[in-house]
Design a binder for this molecule. Structure first.
Ligand SMILES: [Zn+2]
Length: 210
């Protein structure tokens, strides 16, 4: 019996898009569907996650302004404090063109260019997985259509960068959107609002995997 090998790419943003590349052999493999726990599911209805492959090694592209980096690390610490374990490791800063791609390296980008058809999208996280294992995740921040604030108080008409990163790191961990009240995975993050507290619903979700 040949086990099907599947490679998936899922972009998680304001709108979902899924690109599926799959070679499937005839196979009677049966897997009991897992409880979703608000995770992205693979075609076998299993949650995708980094499993025990933690911490997630992540690079910051040099397009991210240096004074925004503390907000990134704060967002990481927020998830880690909520879960009581190390989840992320910032390996370093990478330079070169800001062209996210599937290259085996997880990178956070601050994009000065954005698709004209997606101007309402504040950010986009793309995760790649094989089986149930996430192998890479890239985060794009839409710096073309949004302005950001990083202080401890909200700024009108600006998106709180730390709140946005908490949401995108949730996607990096494997979470999908959750429109329950109090979730940091609500699809929309209003401008001029801080949303920096992991909700009970989010904690219950991530604990299914981590
Ligand atoms: Zn999202």
């Amino acid at each position: 019996m040949r086990i099907a090998t599947s490679k998936f790419r899922l972009a998680l943003g304001y709108s979902f898009s899924i690109i599926l590349m799959m070679t499937m052999a005839a196979c009677n493999l049966k897997i009991t569907p897992e409880k979703g726990c608000n995770f992205v599911m693979n075609s076998m209805q299993q949650r995708v996650s980094w499993n025990s492959n933690l911490p997630i090694s992540i690079y910051i592209h040099d397009s991210v302004p240096s004074d925004y980096i503390p907000a990134v690390t704060n967002a990481m610490k927020t998830w880690e404090t909520a879960l009581g374990r190390k989840l992320f490791e910032v390996v370093g800063v990478v330079s070169g063109p800001a062209t996210p791609q599937k290259d085996g390296v997880s990178i956070i980008y601050f994009m000065s260019k954005w698709e004209e058809s997606k101007t309402s999208e504040q950010a986009r996280t793309t995760i790649y997985w094989q089986g149930e294992q996430i192998v890479e995740g890239d985060i794009r921040i839409n710096a073309k259509n949004f302005t950001f604030s990083t202080g401890s108080s909200p700024v009108a008409a600006s998106v709180d960068f730390e709140s946005l990163l908490i949401h995108e790191l949730g996607h990096l961990l494997g979470l999908a959107h959750d429109n329950e009240a109090g979730s940091v995975m609500n699809e929309r993050l209003a401008s001029g609002v801080l949303r920096r507290d992991i909700g009970n619903v989010d904690l219950a979700s991530v604990k299914c995997e981590y």
